[in-house]
Design a binder for this molecule. Sequence first.
Ligand SMILES: [Zn+2]
Length: 75
Amino acid sequence: MMPETVTGYMCATDWEFELGEAAGGNIVYASVADAKEHRKCLDGCGIVEVKVTFSRVIEKGNRWIDQLEPNPEGK
Ligand SMILES: [Zn+2]
């Protein structure tokens, strides 16, 4: 089970100008090291720490069905 809030790291330009606006979305990295490894813009853009907080489920995908509905064959 995921915690309600997760700490992540983003390109500061993505945070300031792109989050919630950019087609294709923005990446939140698990660590500063991971961000630095995958984003070459960070020397110029900078890095911010963010907190991603769960709000609500919009659509239940297939994996939810497996979790929520017991297999009728008892498998
Ligand atoms: Zn950047």
